[in-house]
Design a protein around this ligand. Sequence first.
Ligand SMILES: Cc1cc2nc3c(=O)[nH]c(=O)nc-3n(C[C@H](O)[C@H](O)[C@H](O)COP(=O)(O)OP(=O)(O)OC[C@H]3O[C@@H](n4cnc5c(N)ncnc54)[C@H](O)[C@@H]3O)c2cc1C
Length: 488
Amino acid sequence: MADYDLAIIGGGLNGVCVARDAAGRGLRVILLEQGDLGSGASSASPRLIHGDLARLERRHFLRVHTALRERDVWLRIAPHLVRPMSFAVPAHAEARPPWQLRSWLLLYDRLASRSGLPASATVDVTHHPIGHALKRPIGTAFEYSDCVVDDSRLVVLHAVDAAARGAAIHTGARVTRAERGDTWRLIVIDRGYRKAITARALVNATGAWTASVADTILRVPAPQLGTAQICQVVVRKLFDSDNVYVFQNTDGRLIFASPYERDFTLIGTIGHAFTGDPAIVAIGTRDVTYLCEAANRYFREPIGGADVVRMVTGANSVISPKGRRERDGMMRLDARGRATPLITIFGGDVTTARRRAEKAVSELTRFYPMSPRWTATAPLPGGEFAWSRFETEVDIACDRWRFLSDEQARRLVGAYGLNVRDILGDAKQRSDLGPSFGTELTGAEVRYLMQKEWARFPDDVLWRRSKLGLTMPPADRERLAVFMATES
Ligand SMILES: Cc1cc2nc3c(=O)[nH]c(=O)nc-3n(C[C@H](O)[C@H](O)[C@H](O)COP(=O)(O)OP(=O)(O)OC[C@H]3O[C@@H](n4cnc5c(N)ncnc54)[C@H](O)[C@@H]3O)c2cc1C
């Protein structure tokens, strides 16, 4: 008998969503990730949970409707990670006529009619907080509702839930060979040790590595794929209002500027073809200049390359070899004849990842008995409350742990939801939580991340399970590295 029903290579969003879905349907699952969870393209997404206005322009109405339904699902199952937000599109007649924007937004409202989020509106920005950071002569903007998400925490919490439902999650575990017989036999270098495992079916969820894994490790015909890169930059906060700006750039692209970790702004996205090693993806000066110039067209405060504090980038496979991204990603089952099943899944939007994984696992129902679809209603760990209660949960945390500032409570509830109690426990003062690293991070939180969320190195904590790397002084990072080394 095989060790597992399903082995998944790749711990990006696609891999962990499949792992969670399959484990919850009763399959014996193992997920193998060569680095850290979410260390590929999944921590470089635009962090949007949305129907996608640009898609509306291309008249993909059904896709928009489906994505907006998924937006409601995410609000229900991840009320801590997914935050409803007002999106503002400054009207700029050069790009798209205001009447056209307004009519799209009315249609967007119709397609999202059951969400409970505010409907779109026209705003006179000269008398509205949205306008404070904007250059004149922009007089009007359109406001609509969508959501933002912490993408890398979404990945990690899927893995936590998959593990709670019985899945084995291995990080630092690189699959180096696979043989397809009556079962799949995989050779894995797991934190330096060579292991062999067998599984009745295999999922290739290796993102930008999909074709090379198919070709050199699985030795099956590799899909004809290109690779594309996504580029975004983080700068110090450009605006105080709590909304996302959607700019229409002169070349027709929509560029987002979103609040990022309280004191910063994320500007993106642009994507283009990528060649090279997907493990080393960097943003070129041209892309940085493009994004800064796009922001400068609208914001009062000018920015340039020197203001960029972090670049957020990643690569993934795309169906067209020319590097144009297939927006819904790909999911394909190969089980011709009596071949042991192989599913290939990559790319696509964060918004539709749950559904893509559900479809992928459902493809296996003809091979194994399994329980019905379930992921649309079961909350992710810590998310057992209604999204409209987020502020109440922050107040409850402030009341229970009086040493927390409002901002600290908001960060902790936003990251861990109700599971914040597993970190803070009965602490009466901050010093009960062990050493401090910077103003936010405590030994108790780091220990929790190491024991429950597979964090091994400082970057796993500072960039994927949080974004505290943006503000942590170098000396504290060094102390954190020593602390993690002694705890492991
Ligand atoms: C150009 C571009 C545009 C994008 N646009 C959007 C957008 O508009 N909206 C949106 O929501 N998202 C967007 N994204 C993000 C996108 O949604 C992500 O691609 C998504 O999160 C799915 O990632 P994944 O799981 O397929 O790949 P990844 O997150 O890259 O995961 C693949 C994982 O496989 C692992 N791996 C590889 N080889 C092995 C091996 N041999 N053994 C073990 N592990 C291995 C890697 O380490 C990696 O962690 C974009 C991404 C790109 C690149």
